[in-house]
Design a protein. Sequence first.
Length: 167
Amino acid sequence: MRWGRPGVASASSTTCPPNGGLAVPGSPVSYLERRRVIEGLGIAADRWATVVHPAAHVSPLATIGRNVLIMAGVVVTSDAVIGDHVCVLPNTVIHHGVRIGAWSLIGGNVTIAGGTEIGANCYIGGGVCLRNGITIGDRALVGMGSTVLSSVEAGLRVAGSLARPLR
């Protein structure tokens, strides 16, 4: 276990205060409940762990929040910011200048192109491709395998290639 600055993790590191923890619940069905569930645990902000798998690659210029899990094969490039309470599943690529809001879940094999902003409490399904410079609004869901070429409004659920609102 390696200690780092609060809020910043580097490749192959774990930032975990004494008696710290990691909580990463959620699915496409329950993602909107993540905040309530995690806050309901009553754990102080300074006790949350940040875990980066040794086979992940995180730029030293990226910023990673607390209670974040970055799994094997993930690549996080320069100036990306990952907020608190985020889970990034294996083999996802987060390009330069991406911003991921707190409480969000990012599936495996996702590509998030540069300058994209993902709001708070979002669900990005496995295999999704997000074009550069778009915004995914708070509480939005992007279904697995979707290709997203334009911004998604807050609370909207989209899927498909090209992604369209779900009924």
